[in-house]
Design a protein around this ligand. Structure first.
Ligand code: A2P
Length: 280
């Protein structure tokens, strides 16, 4: 298992990212980033809507690792879709993060038919701005988040640059097989948000029994399981020993038969957030 994967534009991406959703801004964000980086994480995932870009940025400044060794992702919030607003929102994220460039910028959620008649056009206009940022070297890769096949297809029809990433909810209780297959077939890397199901999958009996056989925690099993499914996990924690634990997954391998068993677990512990029905 490699510590890095390659995006479809040949950019190297560290194969585990530190998720920061629900990490409060300020000292907690700054300290969590510092602890994560000290424990080996090189990849930080944030978003404008997480409201912690300033604290995350300060953590990056203070971590003692050169910027070029790190991989930093942020996301465009839904209220900022469209060409001009995307360019403006990107500028603000960069400023809050105190960075000169981003490694990856994602459209956080697709505009969809339940909210917009012209959802295809909105996504297309937003994507044009993403392409401009990429062409100007302000971001090393561009992608989307929470897009299903029927959102990706029209976007790609009009795109000059193909998305490098689709970040979706992914854990043993919510696998989104069709979307993952579509992305794999199109050489779009899938990143998994909430790889621990926001903590909800950790009490599953079968996962607990399996984790014990590897002398690992259920969290470590879930993170390794994502990696072996070619999905890049983004575990979040503000607890130092958990931050460390979640990165200690490169010293064991889940057997094919256990992978198959976990891949067959019925859905449970999903967030219930569906891009076609969200109201934000
Ligand atoms: P905390 O941040 O208080 O440590 P996800 O990444 O799926 O969204 O899950 C994040 C949730 O899981 C948070 O509530 C986090 O708590 C908790 N968590 C993260 N890592 C672990 C771990 N190794 N063991 C138990 N709970 C964890």
């Amino acid at each position: 298992m490699e510590n890095y994967l390659k995006l479809n534009n040949d950019v190297k991406i560290p194969s585990i990212g530190f998720g920061t959703w629900q990490i409060p801004d300020g000292e907690i964000a700054t300290n969590s980033i510092r602890i994560a980086i000290n424990n080996g994480y090189k990849h930080i995932d944030t978003a404008a809507i997480y409201n912690n870009e300033k604290g995350v940025g300060t953590g990056i400044q203070k971590c003692g690792i050169e910027r070029k060794e790190l991989f930093v992702t942020s996301k465009l919030w839904n209220s900022e879709r469209g060409y001009e607003s995307t360019l403006k929102a990107f500028k603000k994220s960069l400023k809050d993060l105190q960075l000169q460039y981003l490694d990856l910028y994602l459209i956080h959620w697709p505009a969809t038919a339940n909210q917009f008649n012209d959802w295809r056009q909105i996504n297309s206009d937003t994507w044009k701005a993403m392409e401009k940022l990429y062409n100007e070297g302000k971001v090393r890769a561009i992608g989307v988040s929470n897009f299903l096949e029927h959102h990706l297809e029209p976007l790609m029809e009009n795109a000059k640059i193909k998305p490098s990433v689709n970040q979706i909810e992914f854990h043993p209780g919510f696998k989104q097989n069709d979307c993952v297959k579509f992305c794999n077939d199109n050489n779009i890397l899938v990143e998994g948000w909430s790889p621990l199901g926001r903590g909800k999958v950790l009490e599953n009996k079968m996962l607990k029994e399996t984790a014990i056989t590897y002398n690992k925690s259920v969290a470590q099993l879930c993170i390794r399981w994502a990696l072996q499914n070619n999905v890049l996990p983004l575990p979040k924690s503000i607890t130092p020993n958990r931050i460390k634990e979640n990165f200690e997954v490169f010293d064991f391998e889940i057997s094919e038969s256990d992978m198959a068993l976990i891949n067959q677990i019925d859905n449970f512990g999903g967030s219930g957030l569906n891009p076609d029905s969200i109201d934000f």
